[in-house]
Ligand binder design. Structure first.
Ligand code: GUN
Length: 292
């Protein structure tokens, strides 16, 4: 039987509607959640992410302070802007879009963000709190994956999860979230990466496979067991002359064939993507409520 599709767009829309209602209540108390967004340079993928983030803020009533800086911006000027946002009471969350140009030390910039406004969850203080199970801003893409699983009724307790990819943005935090002793965790997690000897040997025994490798067709049908749940975090551009833009977006999973074997699967686009921005909106609202 073909897999059921997990509709990330619909789940994201439901959460955004919940957040919109919450923001209306905050506004009645004079609180307007605010997000400071900084983009340095004009990397096309980053420009489209940031544009979508700004639009999503507007749609649910979050104030957005958008800063698009030239690629030549110095590290000093960027740090000065982060510090200004740290002090700005209208801003509850700060997002510096990654990657940054090579002449800027990414870790230095992430460290400069006030942890109380770290809605991306990338500051070492946020990461540390997450690892030890304290309340923290959870990074948006991994949290989006967990919410998709929970809202699709997937059992995490005791599940064998295999994550393919060990990035700081997805693989590492997601593994930590899923092993927490909590209803959103309690899974047994294996993380595969570029030096794993036999990725398929791991993915074949998984109840849930999460692909975050950044590679087209990293997960093929022979690599998953019948009835597995498959979450595709990848967003890859492949040339396609039939499209106006000259390319189309595909994930890391061979969707056509894997969807014949899986029980549940996310599409690309329309799976994890809409959830990332939604969890950013969620973190910004939590920050405005001073809940973290
Ligand atoms: N670049 C790719 N994904 C992300 C993200 O979630 N946050 C930031 N700041 N940059 C990114």
């Amino acid at each position: 039987m073909p897999a059921k599709i997990i509709d990330g767009k619909q789940i994201a829309a439901n959460i955004r509607a919940e957040l919109k209602a919450e923001i209306e209540k905050l506004k009645a108390k004079g609180i307007i959640p605010g997000l400071g967004v900084i983009l340095v340079g004009a990397d096309p993928a980053s420009v489209s992410y940031v544009t979508a983030k700004e639009k999503a803020c507007g749609e649910i009533g979050i104030y957005s302070d958008d800063n698009r800086l030239p690629a030549e911006t110095s590290e000093k000027d960027l740090l000065a802007l982060v510090n200004k946002m740290n002090k700005d009471p209208k801003i509850n969350g700060i997002l510096v879009q990654l990657p940054l140009p090579k002449h800027i030390d990414e870790q230095k910039v992430l460290l400069a963000i006030d942890p109380a406004k770290d809605v991306d969850g990338f500051h070492p203080i946020s990461v540390g709190k997450m690892v030890v199970g304290q309340k923290a801003f959870l990074p948006c893409t991994p949290n989006g994956v967990v919410q998709l699983l929970l809202r699709s009724g997937v059992k995490l307790d005791g599940a064998e999860v295999v994550i393919v990819g060990r990035s700081n943005i997805v693989g590492k935090p997601l593994a930590n979230m899923l092993i927490q002793k909590s209803p959103a965790g309690n899974a047994t997690v294996t993380v595969c990466h570029t030096r794993t000897k036999d990725v398929a040997a791991h993915t074949r025994r998984a109840d849930i496979v999460i692909a975050a490798a950044g590679k087209v067709n990293a997960i093929t049908a022979d690599m998953i067991k019948d009835g597995a749940v498959v979450i595709d975090v990848g967003i890859n551009r492949v040339e396609d002359s039939t499209k106006k833009a000259g390319f189309r977006l595909v994930g890391d999973v061979d969707f056509e064939n894997v969807s014949k074997k899986a029980s549940l699967i996310t599409p690309v686009p329309g799976g994890v993507g809409p959830m990332t921005i939604t969890m950013l909106l969620y973190n910004t609202v939590e920050s405005a409520k001073a809940n973290i």
